[in-house]
Design a protein around this ligand. Structure first.
Ligand code: BG6
Length: 503
C-alpha cells in the first residue's frame, strides 16, 4: 500500500476534536510508520500561539489519549507540524495562509496534494471553503478518481452536516458550488469502527449468513448505542441537536444501511454507496402505528447541565421502530435505541432469528447473533443444543468470538482509519450527499411527529432509560436484547473468554 504524501491543513487545530481524536490518530499513524515522508501538517487556529507553544499543548493530548506514548515517535510527528493563526472571517488572514502554503511548496517542504480538515463548528464550513477559494487555493479542475498519481485536494467535513434537511441542503449547495462532491469526505466515525466494517465481511465472506439475511429467517434487528456520559461541556451544541439529530440521523441509520443493504459484487466505494442509498430510500416509519413507533427521553439532571436551557425539551434518549420497505426485509422491524447518561456504555447489534416452525415454539429460545461494537468487540451466537443427559432436555449454547481478547493490540481508532482513507482516496467509509439527504428527510419526519405529539419522558440518571421504551418493544411482542429481561438493566456485550489470548 503506497500512501501518497500531502499537506494536511487542520482548521480548528486548537479545538477539542483535534486534541482528542486527530492528534492521537496522527500519533498512532506515525508510530506504525504509515505517514509518508512528504506528509506535513499546518495547524490553523484562532488563538495567538507560536508553533512551539502549540506543540506543547498537543503533546499533552497525545500523552493523555495514547496508551503507549513514546518521545521518539512524538518528536518525529512534531517535526511535521507548524501552527498558524487564522481568523476564518478575515480575508487578510487567508492571504497570509496562502503565502505560507505557497512558500512551503516553492521550497518543496509541502507535497502538492491537499487534505483540508474542517474540525470546526458547522457555520464555518462554507466561510472556510470560500476563504480558500478567494486566495486561489482551490483547484477547480474536476477530481480524477481513476488516476492515483494525479494531484488531489480533499475536504474532510466533520459532523453535524446541517441540523435538518433544509440547512443540510443549503450547506451542501454552498460547498458544492465551490468544490466537487467527489472531493468531499463527510465523516461518520461509526463507519470506521472495526466491527461495523466487519459486518460486510461477516455477510460476504461466510456462506452461512447471507442466505438467512432476510424476512424468511430474521424476526427483528436491534441496534443499541448506550452511553454513560451526559452531554458534558457540549451542552450548547447538544441542546439544539438532541439524540435524533446527533446519533440517529447519522450513526444509527448508517448502521441500518450497512446491515440491510444488498451486498455489492466488489467493494467499490460508489457501488456500496449506491446500495446504501437504495436501502435508505426504502426506510419507513409507520407513524400511525399503535403503540407509537418512537419514544424520546431526557435524563433528569440534563436541564442543569452547562449551556442547557432551564426548560429544555431536547431528547437525550431515543428509541424507534423503523422498517425497510423492500422484498428482502418485508415485515422485519429494526429497533434503534440510543441514549446518554445510562448505567452502561455499550454499542451492539442484535439479530434475532425466527423460531423453528412447529409446535411448542414458546419454549424454544430464538437464535441470536450479537455483534459487539464497543467497548468489547466480537460476536456471540446463541444456539439451542441437547443437554448431555439421558433426557431430551435442551440448553442454550453460546458461541463467541471475542476479538478484543484474541488480539493483543487495541483496534485502530476510527480516526486513524479515516485519515488513511482520505490519503488513499477511499470514500467507502464517508457519507455521500444523497445518503445524507435521505437520512435527514427521515429524521425531519420523526422530529416533526415527536413535536406534534409532544413526546418526552424523563428518566433517572444512570438508569436504563425511560420505562416507555421497554413498554414500546413489549407492546410489539419483542424484548430489548441490550437489557436483561428480568431486571431490565443494561446488559452490555461482554465476552466470557476475556483472559484468553491467541498463541
Ligand atoms: C458523536 C456524538 O458523533 O458520537 C456524541 O456527537 C457521541 O454525542 C459520540 O457521544 C459517540 O461516539 P463513540 O465513538 O464515543 O461511541
Amino acid at each position: 500500500m503506497e500512501i501518497p504524501g500531502c499537506l494536511m491543513t487542520i482548521f480548528g487545530a486548537t479545538g477539542d476534536l483535534t486534541h482528542r481524536k486527530l492528534i492521537p490518530a496522527l500519533y498512532q499513524l506515525q508510530c506504525q510508520g504509515l505517514l509518508p515522508d512528504d506528509f506535513s501538517i499546518l495547524a490553523v487556529g484562532r488563538r495567538a500561539l507560536t508553533t512551539r507553544s502549540y506543540l506543547e499543548q498537543i503533546r499533552q493530548s497525545a500523552v493523555k489519549y495514547s496508551a503507549d506514548f513514546s518521545s521518539g515517535v512524538w518528536n518525529a510527528l512534531e517535526n511535521r507540524i507548524e501552527y498558524i493563526r487564522v481568523d476564518i472571517l478575515n480575508k487578510d488572514s487567508f492571504i497570509r495562509l496562502a503565502e505560507i502554503i505557497n512558500k512551503g511548496r516553492a521550497e518543496s517542504r509541502y507535497a502538492c496534494n491537499d487534505m483540508f480538515y474542517l474540525a470546526v463548528a458547522p457555520e464555518y464550513f462554507a466561510p472556510i471553503v470560500n476563504g480558500l477559494d478567494s486566495i486561489r487555493l482551490i483547484d477547480h479542475t474536476p477530481a480524477d478518481t481513476s488516476d492515483d498519481s494525479k494531484k488531489w485536494q480533499r475536504f474532510v467535513i466533520e459532523k453535524p452536516f446541517g441540523k435538518d434537511l433544509a440547512s443540510a441542503s443549503e450547506l451542501n449547495r454552498s460547498l458544492t458550488s465551490v468544490i466537487p462532491e467527489e472531493s468531499i469526505y463527510r465523516i461518520d466515525h461509526y463507519l470506521a469502527k472495526e466491527m461495523i466494517q466487519n459486518i460486510t465481511m461477516l455477510r460476504s465472506r461466510n456462506t452461512i449468513f447471507e442466505p438467512l439475511w432476510n424476512h424468511n429467517y430474521i424476526d427483528n434487528i436491534q441496534i443499541s448505542i448506550l452511553e454513560r456520559d451526559g452531554v458534558g461541556s457540549r451542552g450548547g451544541y447538544y441542546d439544539n441537536s438532541g439524540a435524533l439529530r446527533d446519533m440517529v440521523q447519522n450513526h444509527l441509520l448508517q448502521i441500518v444501511a450497512v446491515l440491510a443493504m444488498d451486498l455489492t459484487p466488489d467493494n467499490k466505494a460508489e457501488q456500496i454507496r449506491d446500495e446504501k442509498v437504495r436501502l435508505l430510500s426504502s426506510l419507513k416509519i409507520d407513524f400511525k402505528s399503535d403503540p407509537a413507533p418512537v419514544v424520546l427521553g431526557q435524563y433528569r439532571s440534563y436541564r442543569s447541565e452547562q449551556h442547557v436551557t432551564a426548560d429544555s425539551a431536547t431528547e437525550t434518549f431515543a428509541a424507534l421502530k423503523v422498517s425497510v420497505d423492500n422484498e428482502r426485509w418485508q415485515g422485519v422491524p429494526f429497533y434503534l435505541v440510543t441514549g446518554k447518561k445510562l448505567s452502561a456504555k455499550a454499542a451492539l447489534v442484535s439479530v434475532e432469528f425466527k423460531k423453528p416452525a412447529g409446535s411448542q415454539q414458546d419454549d424454544i429460545p430464538a437464535n441470536l447473533l450479537q455483534i459487539g461494537i464497543q467497548p468489547q468487540e466480537g460476536i456471540h451466537l446463541k444456539l439451542n443444543m441437547k443437554k448431555p443427559t439421558v433426557t431430551d432436555e435442551m440448553d442454550v449454547a453460546e458461541m463467541e468470538y471475542c476479538q478484543s481478547c484474541y488480539y493483543d493490540f487495541n483496534s485502530p481508532d476510527s480516526y486513524e482509519k479515516l485519515l488513511l482513507d482520505v490519503m488513499l482516496g477511499d470514500s467507502t467509509r464517508f457519507t455521500r450527499w444523497d445518503e445524507l439527504r435521505l437520512s435527514w428527510k427521515l429524521t425531519d419526519d420523526i422530529a416533526e411527529y415527536c413535536n406534534r405529539n409532544n413526546i418526552l419522558d424523563l428518566y433517572d440518571d444512570d438508569s436504563a432509560g425511560p420505562g416507555s421504551a421497554v413498554n414500546m418493544i413489549k407492546a410489539y411482542g419483542r424484548r430489548w436484547w441490550h437489557l436483561d429481561e428480568g431486571s431490565n438493566k443494561p446488559m452490555p456485550f461482554f465476552c466470557r473468554t476475556d483472559n484468553r489470548r491467541r498463541q
